[in-house]
Design a protein around this ligand. Structure first.
Ligand code: ADP
Length: 676
């Protein structure tokens, strides 16, 4: 079957059950998009992988899927649905709106011991469970821990996990994980016990939480390995004696001398202020059947409870499994166990018509079903849709976040800002509606394609509200770009600087970077693979193969495509609307300026100096750095936005790809050089 045809089939299959929104992350293998499960109305994360791009890494995805099917725990991201086509794999996952733990750490500089303990207990809980199921994770790092809407951690990325046939006590050989977090025995290529290696990584992670930087770090790979093998690191003066002791017990070079996870469960440092061991058993055991969810599904499907139960118990990770697990999740969050009610006249979906039939929930094999949702699935299309891309995703406000840590870097927004000023949805939207009024409106409102743009902003509402109408009033004051400023978003539509393209300009880049003498940039320019790749990938030498050959042309073509889409009326409309108004949150850096165009210009003038290519969409800059082979080493977004309280310009940062620590240094460097 031709590739296009089969990809469309996968897209069709996905769109039968989900609405697909913007990209919220990307990793070594996948692009992750925000989605919504149509039947339950629940938000989900959709991990999208092209088999062709995966190449030899395809087995890893299979490993990840199998592992996630076998793991159900309050601190592990839940897998709901797997859709596989001849060309693509979609994994539908629990959505974690709070972003990566990594971003949280860097926004706060470092965490207090108290806050670290809250998170670390959750990590221990997840890892004790993972190990109890016979798995080793092997890629523990703060980028693989996401924060959910209740500010709890969820472990992701089981692509490198292992389940030794003879049990966890059996030795493994594959060297994998991220170098900075890898245990000494692992980087030495010795046989190792997966759970012991995980404890070392947990030690590195604990250090990163408490200190805001890594215990073992070096630009030079060999020097880094030596440091890890020696196991010597400096303890900063702010660490308590208890923290120093625990770190030391976890980062023991000799694996047998390391603490085991079972010791961590009731370690004095872990128990402090809690006086109880970590609860590690699953609160959501696999295979559990909830009668309320079954009843709702049975009613919706017009079939008996018995047959519905039998269907759910097949655990096929299809629409039935997804519907059941998402209903259960609703119930656990105190939401009504209800499937989406009858559609209104304006949205009679084929899916709903289908659901009135007996087999409605079990039609994953039905290739000819009509697409539901207003977007034809195509990731680039979604990326280029102005109503999706301009109103970008931002992690939602985190509830009940304990304040801690000493944020010395005043450029980074501390959650206390948010606490101080609170949240006022109506003020944010420039409306006069009361919260109650708004909530009612939200409940009464049937979702339409129009309201997709605000999906991530609507943090309290379980349903999807319409965005505020774009009237002149809603864009008043400084929200509009100042036409007199030299570089307004409307005028300066860049398709990336040409230097990412050929080797001569790469040489030029190198020279400029060398002149800059910035260590972070040196890493990007000369050894971009060193830190952002997993060890075993480096060993197998598969780096960069995905886009090799077509990269430059692909990039140019995409660039041209963007210019063309920029000229569409809807795109122009999006640009006219000015910067987004958002609330202060931890991935937003506050400036002391009030003119967004000025801030944008300052950043725009700095990016080329830092060898960062960018594409501009209104006030959002999609940034990329490249290696000498034309491979993207880092992708991130910087968005100039307006904060309500205090009324200043903010810069939203989001890493999409690349090593988290290199990203941290680069963005800090850009923002400090921009003097904003
Ligand atoms: P890969 O396996 O390709 O490395 P990941 O599973 O690590 O991909 O996902 C890449 C990124 O996408 C993550 O670092 C995170 O920022 C985002 N992401 C992944 N899963 C979710 C999720 N369930 N909810 C929200 N964001 C997610």
């Amino acid at each position: 079957m031709p590739v296009e045809r089969t990809e469309h089939r996968g897209a069709t299959e996905l769109h039968k059950y989900y609405e697909v929104y913007e990209t919220i992350g990307s990793g070594g293998f996948a692009k992750v998009k925000l989605g919504r499960h149509i039947l339950t109305g629940e938000k989900v994360a959709i991990k999208i992988m092209n088999k062709k791009d995966l190449g030899d890494d395809l087995p890893r995805v299979k490993v990840e899927i199998e592992a996630m099917k076998n793991l159900s725990h309050q601190h592990i991201c839940r897998l709901y649905h797997v859709i596989e086509t001849p060309t693509q794999i979609f994994m539908v996952l629990e959505y974690c709106p709070g972003g990566e733990l990594f971003d949280y750490i860097i926004a706060k500089d470092r965490l207090s011991e108290q806050e670290t303990r809250v998170f670390f207990r959750q990590i221990v809980s997840a890892m004790a469970y993972v190990h109890s199921q016979g798995y080793a994770h092997r890629d523990l790092k703060p980028e693989n821990l996401l924060i959910d809407e209740d500010h709890n951690l969820k472990l992701i990325d089981f692509g490198l996990c292992a389940k030794p046939k003879g049990g966890l006590g059996y030795e493994l050989m594959t060297c994998c994980g991220s170098p900075a977090y890898a245990a000494p025995e692992l980087i030495q290529g010795k046989a190792y016990i997966g759970s012991e290696a995980d404890v070392w990584s947990m030690g590195v992670l604990l250090f990163a939480l408490l200190c805001g930087y890594l215990p073992f770090d070096d630009d030079n790979c060999m020097v880094l390995y030596k440091k890890i093998t020696r196991g010597k690191y400096d303890n900063p003066q702010w660490l308590s004696t208890g923290s120093i002791m625990l770190l030391n017990q976890m980062m023991q070079v000799e694996p047998k001398r390391r603490l085991a996870v079972r010791h961590l469960l009731e370690h004095p440092w872990v128990m402090k202020d809690y006086n109880s061991p970590v609860e590690w058993y699953s609160r959501q055991p696999l295979g559990h059947i909830d009668e309320d969810c079954i009843t709702e599904m049975a009613v919706n499907m017009k079939r008996s409870r018995e047959s519905t139960t039998a269907l759910v118990k097949e655990w096929r990770y299809d629409q039935t499994t997804a519907t059941y697990l998402l209903l259960l999740s609703k119930k656990q969050r105190g939401r009504p166990v209800r499937l989406r009610p009858e559609p209104t006249v304006c949205e009679v979906s084929p899916l709903h018509q289908g659901l009135q039939t007996r087999e409605a929930l079990h039609f994953s094999e039905d290739e000819d079903a009509v697409i539901v949702g207003s977007l034809d699935f195509c990731s680039d299309y979604i990326d280029d849709c102005p109503w999706l891309s301009v109103q970008e995703y931002t992690p939602q406000r985190v509830r009940g976040r304990p304040d801690g840590g000493t944020n010395k870097d005043t450029r980074l927004t501390s959650p206390s800002v948010e606490k101080r000023y609170g949240h006022s949805p109506s003020a944010e939207r420039g409306r006069t509606t009361t919260p109650q009024h708004q909530q009612k409106r939200v409940k009464d409102q049937e979702p339409t394609s129009e309201n997709k743009e605000n999906i991530a902003d609507e943090k309290e509402a379980e349903h999807f509200a319409l965005p505020p109408p774009r009237t002149p009033m809603s864009n008043k004051k400084s929200a509009r770009p100042n036409k007199n400023v030299l570089t307004t978003p409307n005028q300066n539509i860049s398709v990336g600087t040409p230097k990412g393209g050929d080797s001569a300009s790469k040489e030029h880049n190198k020279k400029r970077v060398a002149e800059n003498k910035d260590p972070a940039l040196e890493i990007l320019a000369f050894s971009p693979e060193r830190r952002s790749r997993s060890l075993d990938m480096a060993v197998t030498g598969d780096s960069g193969k995905k886009k090799r050959g077509g990269k430059m042309f692909g990039s140019l073509e995409r660039g041209l495509d963007k210019v063309i889409t920029m000229l569409t009326p809807s795109k122009r409309r999006a640009l006219r609307d000015g910067p987004r108004k958002i609330k202060a949150q931890y991935n937003v850096t506050l400036t002391n300026q009030t003119n967004p165009d000025q801030v944008l210009n300052q950043i725009l003038s700095i990016l080329p100096e830092k060898n960062v290519d960018f594409t501009q969409k209104g006030y959002t800059l999609k940034c990329q750095t490249w290696d000498d082979f034309g491979k993207v080493t880092m992708a991130f977004e910087l968005e100039v936005c307006l904060l309500q309280r205090p009324e200043v310009v903010g810069i939203r940062r989001q890493r999409l790809k690349g090593d988290a620590w290199v990203y941290k240094h680069l963005v800090e460097n850009i923002l400090s050089t921009s003097r904003i």
